[in-house]
Design a protein around this ligand. Structure first.
Ligand SMILES: Nc1nc2c(c(=O)[nH]1)N[C@H]1C(S)=C(S)[C@@H](COP(=O)(O)O)O[C@H]1N2
Ligand SMILES: [Mo]
Length: 314
């Protein structure tokens, strides 16, 4: 008799609803008293009763070909060099102070401004999206991010015609982040072309698993760019600048031959020191084939027409 064994990444999404989302929904239903007191997060009444933004409605347009990675695996295996080079940065990241948090929007825009994260959430709203994430180190996960399209932030910023790139910068605070006492070219900087930043997949993230981002995931606000290697998805952003020149990114500064500006996922283009053909799925013992643009080619391949001279995949 043939018995089909369902592999973990084939679990339908409805069987993979993360525990945290489920628990959070129950908290909302059962937690009327907490809500009446002004917030589901005691001590931080940032949102009025009834305006609590988590969990946000899931945008059904973004589906997965694999199971959601359980939080217990993704939350204890992170890259956040500001807090150390090991994957276990969770305890060190407790030192990250995320309230208050201000983001500067500047450069080639109609009018530079500063905004708090909660104000931004109130203005732009939140949705949940299931995205795959592929680290350049060949591990991967699939998670429910909460946030808003980067395009909404662009519309708010009103960049001028001269803006060709968006530059993102992480906080710089050596007293808070032990990793920043090393020789690396801090602060962490990333960049996108305006066209990439306007693509619907480019997502500004403020939450995961139906709740605000835990520190180690890059609280309180980061990017998720699922067609690119994970290092493009910059964490704990304090500045968004619209610029004419291609920004020099953190990893380009460290190793330009290994970590380029474009960094689009491509299983056929090896990293100089390892293959990118397959990936290890966090929380499983599976290796699965890596897909071109991490499976998002339909949405993003058009961005790269005519750019064949660029190192698009490194
Ligand atoms: N500021 C900052 N952003 C960062 C990093 C970092 O070290 N510092 N690491 C990057 C890398 S290599 C990856 S794979 C992802 C990891 O995100 P996760 O820890 O939420 O899985 O964050 C990216 N963003
Ligand atoms: Mo990464």
């Amino acid at each position: 008799m043939f018995i089909k064994r369902t592999r973990s990444w084939e679990l339908p999404e409805r069987l993979a609803t993360p525990e945290a989302v489920f628990l959070n929904r129950r908290a909302l239903i059962g937690g009327a008293a907490a809500l009446a007191a002004g917030s589901a997060f005691p001590g931080h009444p940032a949102f009025a009763a009834g305006e609590e933004p988590y969990p946000a409605a899931r945008n059904a347009a973004y589906t997965l070909d694999r199971a959601v990675t359980p939080e217990r695996f993704s939350a204890d295996y992170n890259n956040f060099y500001e807090f150390g080079t090991a994957k276990t940065v969770l305890p060190a990241a407790n030192a990250l102070k995320t309230k208050p948090w201000t983001i500067k929007v500047d450069g080639l825009v109609e009018k530079p401004f500063e905004t708090g994260v909660d104000d931004l959430i109130r203005k732009l709203g939140l949705e949940e999206r299931l995205y795959r994430h592929r680290c350049v180190e060949a591990w991967s996960m699939a998670v429910p991010w909460t946030g808003f399209p980067l395009a909404k932030l662009l519309a708010l910023a009103k960049p001028s015609a001269g803006a060709k790139y968006v530059r993102f910068e992480t906080f710089l605070d050596r007293s808070m982040a032990p990793g920043q006492r090393t020789f690396y070219p801090w602060p962490y900087v990333e960049g996108l072309t305006m066209e990439e930043a306007s693509n619907d997949l480019a997502f500004v993230v403020t939450g995961i698993y139906g709740k605000p981002l835990p520190n180690q995931f890059g609280a309180p606000i980061r990017l998720a760019l699922p067609w690119k290697y994970g290092f493009k998805s910059i964490k704990s952003i304090v500045k968004v600048s619209f610029v004419a020149e291609r920004p020099k990114t953190f990893w380009e500064g460290l190793g330009p031959s290994e970590y380029g500006f474009w960094a689009n996922v491509n299983p056929a283009v090896s990293h100089p020191r390892w293959s990118q053909a397959s990936e290890r799925v966090l929380g499983t013992d599976q290796r699965v084939p890596t897909l071109l643009y991490n499976g998002y080619g339909e949405q993003v391949a058009g961005l790269y027409q005519g750019l064949d001279k660029e190192r698009l995949f490194m």
